[in-house]
Design a protein around this ligand. Structure first.
Ligand SMILES: Cc1ncc(COP(=O)(O)O)c(C=O)c1O
Length: 380
């Protein structure tokens, strides 16, 4: 893999500057082979044997994401959930882990069901509150502190550097779900985190046409080896076509994220004075509880995700989502098209999402069209 030097936009646009040595093609091929030739003396000197372990098509997307995150290695997975749950499965029964109360609900549910069945002692805390993390860590017993920042769906912010210190002082690692911030806005490893996880389904791919996940590490240590072995053994790999599409999507990451951040900031500001909106949750607004920390640890914007609490309550929120014409009423985030959803309906009973909350994933459409559509949907 080539070692293109440069800023993130250069690395992304050129996908690390890779050129096919045999054809001079500027776009890598898709390798569909499931198996690779053994040497006559029974060795695999070319380094590959079978495609459940790895595939040459993964290399490019993994190398680009490792470079953008400033890590030493990256592993792609079949989904964000496959990436995240592999980290927890690599821990041992009896290990204590801390995770946020406010986080991607699918992973929270997995932790409190399968994670506990696997034998993990799981504590959910208010991860925006460092004192709550400090009170929950058990020195010598806590193995992993997991955070998500900004966190679904209130965009609560955790101070990554401070959380890393709390984890490390207790002998634990810090893992950060960096899906929403992307490496363009936040680089958790440079702030002290040990692992970064992505639902690459979101901004990294960016076109709502690939389900993918990834982990990036600061060290290829025993835990990383276990994660790699679990991916190989369990087979939670990305298909070669999906890996190729992911790399293609990542080439425009910087343009999409920049545009989404700018539009989200405008919408947050304009909606915060709308008479049908009770509150806007966006870390870029000075009244967001995480604003000061976000301003310190996010560069270039506060992300493309925001939520609004609709003044008329739950039914008014659901009715607002029903009236949109430009926004798409759908789950997920980070695509080029703007999405709106009533989050409590998605998360179900026990969700910390307020019932009047609509989650907005801002795409790259004309900002005025997005604002006008929300205005008519809220105002009817
Ligand atoms: C922040 C975050 N993390 C993880 C996931 C899970 O990723 P995937 O759907 O790719 O499995 C999601 C999916 O919505 C997410 O939003």
């Amino acid at each position: 893999m080539s070692k293109l030097e440069g800023k993130p936009a250069t690395l992304a646009a050129q996908a690390m500057g890779w050129v096919d040595p045999s054809t001079q093609a500027v776009i890598p091929p898709i390798h569909t082979a499931t198996t690779f030739i053994r040497d006559p003396d029974n060795q695999y000197r070319a380094g590959r044997s079978y495609a459940r372990a790895d595939n040459p098509t993964f290399d490019h997307a993994e190398a680009l994401l490792a470079a953008l995150e400033g890590g030493v290695a990256c592993l792609s997975f079949a989904s964000g959930m496959a990436a995240a749950t592999t980290v927890f499965q690599a821990l041992a029964p009896g290990d204590h882990v801390i995770a946020p109360q406010v986080m991607y609900w699918g992973l929270r549910n997995w932790l409190t069901t399968f994670g506990r069945e696997h034998g993990l002692a799981v504590d959910l805390v208010d991860a925006a509150d460092l004192d709550a993390i400090a009170a929950a860590v058990r020195p010598g017993r806590t193995k992993l502190v997991w955070i998500e920042t900004p966190a679904n769906p209130t965009w609560a912010i955790t101070d990554i550097a401070a959380a890393a210190k709390l984890a490390h002082d207790a002998g634990a690692l810090l893992a950060v779900d960096n899906t929403v911030a992307t490496p363009l806005l936040t680089r958790p490893l440079a702030l002290g985190a040990d692992l970064v996880m992505h639902s690459a389904t979101k901004y990294l791919n960016g076109h709502s046409d690939v389900v993918a996940g990834a982990l990036v590490t600061t060290r290829q240590d025993a835990l990383w080896q276990r994660i790699e072995t679990l991916r190989h053994a369990g087979g939670a790999i990305l298909g070669p076509f999906e890996a190729w599409l992911l790399l293609r999507g990542m080439r425009t990451l910087h343009l999409r994220v920049e545009r989404a951040c700018r539009t989200a900031a405008m919408l947050a500001q304009r909606l915060s004075t709308h008479r049908a909106v009770a509150a806007v949750l966006y870390p870029g607004l000075p009244d967001h509880p995480g604003h000061a920390v976000a301003a310190r640890q996010m560069q270039g914007g506060f992300g493309g995700m925001l939520s609004i609490r609709v003044a008329g309550g739950e039914q008014a929120a659901i009715a607002t989502a029903a009236r949109v014409r430009v926004w798409k009423r759908a789950t997920s985030l980070g695509g080029v098209e703007s999405l709106i959803e009533h989050r409590a309906s998605v998360e179900g009973p026990g969700s910390p999402a307020p019932p009047d909350l609509l989650r907005l994933s801002v795409g790259i459409e004309d900002p005025d069209d997005l604002l006008a559509d929300l205005d008519q949907a809220l105002g009817a």
